[in-house]
Design a binder for this molecule. Structure first.
Ligand code: P6P
Length: 332
């Protein structure tokens, strides 16, 4: 008998059920909700994988709430998430990057959860075959909370968060506050299989990730930080990688360490990334993996949102690289 160790196949559904035990009050509701997200991402990846063959490349001629030209895949992805989660009666409200207002569901007074999501992040890269992703976070709904205020919760109240990166393979990464786990979609069986058990971000890295074309727009401390990384003045040599798709840049940072940042610019004084469904889910995952995530001044997860589509500056990654920024900032 070969000594080859029998690899235990753990699907994301099995893993969610194991995690489920920490939500005794949920009684399977929580895992049923998360299965809606995994189903939607399987539908999305099937389209992303065939984007060049189906008539869903290019823009749909619409502009979304962010003022960004909507790609046809954006619209499909948004509809897929709305459909798969909308039929879960534990969902009280859905907040999407693609929709100005939250979607609430009549007759669901007992529904416990709110899901905030970006159905297809990085969609401007679709036509050039660069990885894109879906991001999501799950919040508890306070009793009787309605309207946009219900979702205006600081990130440390997230019950779960995750993303799917549609890259060379389709990988789902999520946390429920008990560590970070990655699952690779096995197309042969159509199941997400555990491939990254208990992910830990390296304490430091050798990659920094920022759109350096805007460096003259960044506030001074960011310019000094990026210049220091590039010149190796913080005691380590770095290389630069920037895909322009946050989920992909984050996923690499999670696995290899280093830092990803989107500072304030003249055109985006509060940064470009959205707090609720981009920065907060990534910050939750980064911290659960041993990294850090700040908005330049404070922990991202402590920020009290004032609107569902608000933006935030973001610096996240390995503890050492983020703390280097904080030291530079505090030196004045
Ligand atoms: P820029 C994609 O449109 C996105 O929202 C993020 O995925 C990405 O990190 C960022 O914008 C890229 O923005 O200004 O560098 O092109």
């Amino acid at each position: 008998m070969s000594e080859q160790k029998e690899r235990l196949i753990v699907t994301v559904q099995q893993h969610i059920l194991q995690q489920q035990q920490q939500f005794p009050d949920a009684g399977g509701v929580f895992s049923w909700l998360l299965s809606g997200i995994t189903l939607a991402t399987k539908m999305i990846q099937a389209k992303v994988r065939r984007a060049g063959l189906l008539d869903i490349l290019g823009d749909a001629g619409e502009v979304n709430v962010q003022g960004e030209t909507q790609q046809k895949l954006d619209i499909y992805a948004n509809e897929a998430v709305h459909h798969c989660l909308g039929i879960r009666d534990s969902v009280a409200q859905l907040v999407s990057e693609e929709n100005e207002e939250p979607r609430s569901f009549d007759g669901r007074e007992d529904a416990k959860y709110i899901v905030v999501f970006d159905p297809l992040d990085g969609s401007s890269n679709i036509d050039v075959n660069v990885s894109v992703g879906t991001t999501f976070a799950v919040l508890r709904r306070s009793a009787g909370a309605k309207g946009p205020e219900a979702a205006l919760q600081p990130g440390h109240q997230q019950v779960a968060a995750g993303y799917v990166v549609y890259g060379s393979s389709t990988i789902l990464v999520y946390t429920t506050g008990r560590g970070v786990y990655g699952f690779t979609l096995d197309p042969a069986v159509g199941a997400y299989v555990l491939s990254h058990d208990d992910i830990k971000m390296p304490p430091h890295g050798d990659i920094y990730s920022v759109n350096e074309a805007y460096i003259d727009d960044f506030p001074d401390v960011y310019q000094r930080y990026i210049t220091g990384l590039r010149r190796g003045t913080f005691g380590r040599r770095y290389k630069s990688r920037y895909i322009g798709s946050m989920v992909s840049d984050f996923h690499r940072t999670l696995l290899k360490g280093g830092v990803f940042l989107y500072p304030p610019t003249h055109s985006h004084a509060e940064g470009k990334l959205r707090l609720l469904y981009e920065a907060n889910p990534m910050a939750f995952i980064a911290e659960q993996a041993g990294g850090k995530a700040i908005d330049g001044r404070r922990r991202v997860l402590d920020v009290q949102p004032h609107s569902i589509h608000q933006r935030t500056p973001l610096i996240l990654g390995s503890r050492e690289e983020v703390e280097t920024f904080e030291r530079l900032r505090d030196e004045g």
